[in-house]
Design a protein around this ligand. Structure first.
Ligand SMILES: *[C@@H]1O[C@H](CO)[C@@H](O)[C@H](O)[C@H]1NC(C)=O
Ligand SMILES: *[C@@H]1O[C@H](CO)[C@@H](O)[C@H](O)[C@H]1NC(C)=O
Ligand SMILES: *[C@@H]1O[C@H](CO)[C@@H](O)[C@H](O)[C@H]1NC(C)=O
Ligand SMILES: *[C@@H]1O[C@H](CO)[C@@H](O)[C@H](O)[C@H]1NC(C)=O
Ligand SMILES: *[C@@H]1O[C@H](CO)[C@@H](O)[C@H](O)[C@H]1NC(C)=O
Ligand SMILES: *[C@@H]1O[C@H](CO)[C@@H](O)[C@H](O)[C@H]1NC(C)=O
Length: 282
């Protein structure tokens, strides 16, 4: 027969165990209640000397005061940028980013954590992390930021020539791109021996000005000058007829997958035609 003292003792033990279990549950629920949220980044390339955007989005949260955006860069102590309680907190910002960063404050509530980076430098390249906390939970995603220089080409008729020539010029490229010419009429033709490409170092000693001259061009034909490095691909088209000159330019940024193709193309062209930078792309 259990004594009254034993019953009371075991009751107290049971209550303690139940209470401890309840507390553990509450704590556990509290932690797991902070779900992980989806954060998405988009690879992009920065054009040095210009403003860039590091793109990041997250599951929107109407409680702006609970949203914390932190941008970090691998190998850099401190933060690239921090935004919390509806405003910037730059107390822990690394000096290399001082005065150069901004989030789009009015876009944060709809889940846009993109960072504007002013006056992009070559050294801004690297791995960034977009780290988000909201009332629903936390999440983060990495972004590979690549930097270089790319610009739109302009093709003109070189009027100071005895035979018709075209001159393709683009003011800023880095790293040094490959240049290729093609024409609509002579599809598959290679202009490697009919053109002359040169790269002139610009005054900041990093980017180059690209100039390519194509000889012996004919009227009623569309010529394309294509400039490409691992960051971007740009094309300048020109059509000269008896009565008019039509031009069109286009620039597209390449993702990392495409940049692999470019490097293999570069190796092939370097091995086969080391002396002729102008190639017809098949
Ligand atoms: C975020 O907002 C900025 C400014 O309106 C815009 O340029 C950018 O494209 C937006 N980013 C995304 C991923 O929606
Ligand atoms: C035109 O060609 C001549 C001789 O080749 C050269 O002296 C002159 O500088 C050229 N003019 C222009 C505007 O390129
Ligand atoms: C241009 O055409 C002429 C005549 O067809 C030829 O003699 C000359 O070598 C050509 N120039 C180039 C750069 O291909
Ligand atoms: C290419 O252009 C450079 C500079 O404009 C010139 O020195 C060189 O002779 C040209 N080469 C050919 C093959 O025309
Ligand atoms: C670029 O290089 C030249 C020659 O090496 C030098 O004189 C010039 O100061 C450099 N410019 C810059 C902006 O560094
Ligand atoms: C170019 O095309 C126009 C109209 O199609 C034609 O009248 C002209 O003769 C052509 N010129 C040459 C050199 O082929």
């Amino acid at each position: 027969m259990a004594s009254l003292g034993q019953i009371i003792f075991w009751s107290i033990i049971s209550i303690i165990i139940i209470l401890a279990g309840a507390i553990a549950l509450i704590i556990g629920f509290g932690i797991s209640g902070k779900h992980s949220i989806t954060v998405t980044t988009f690879t992009s390339a920065g054009n040095i000397g210009e403003d860039g955007i590091l793109s990041c989005t997250f599951e929107p949260d109407i409680k702006l005061n609970d949203i914390v955006i932190q941008w970090l860069k691998e190998g850099v102590t401190g933060l690239v940028h921090e935004f919390k309680k509806g405003k910037d907190d730059l107390s822990d910002q690394h000096e290399m980013f001082r005065g150069r960063t901004a989030v789009f404050a009015d876009q944060v509530v709809v889940g846009n954590a993109s960072l504007k980076l002013k006056n992009v430098q070559l050294t801004d390249a690297g791995t960034y992390r977009c780290y988000i906390t909201t009332s629903k939970g936390k999440g983060n995603a990495n972004l590979e930021y690549r930097t270089g220089a790319f610009s739109m080409p302009v093709v003109n008729v070189d009027s100071n020539a005895s035979s018709e020539r075209l001159r393709c010029e683009a003011p800023r490229w880095f790293p040094q791109p490959t240049v290729a010419w093609s024409s609509q009429v002579d599809q598959g033709a290679t202009f490697s021996q009919a053109c002359n490409t040169s790269f002139e170092l610009n005054s900041e000693n990093v980017t180059v000005k690209v100039v390519s001259v194509l000889y012996n061009v004919t009227v009623n034909n569309t010529y394309s000058c294509m400039i490409e490095n691992h960051l971007a691909k740009a094309t300048g088209d020109i059509k000269v007829t008896d009565s008019e000159i039509k031009r069109r330019s286009h620039l597209e940024l390449l993702d990392s997958k495409a940049s692999l193709c470019v490097s293999s193309f570069f190796v092939i062209s370097g091995a086969l035609l080391p002396l002729f930078p102008c190639l017809m792309l098949s």
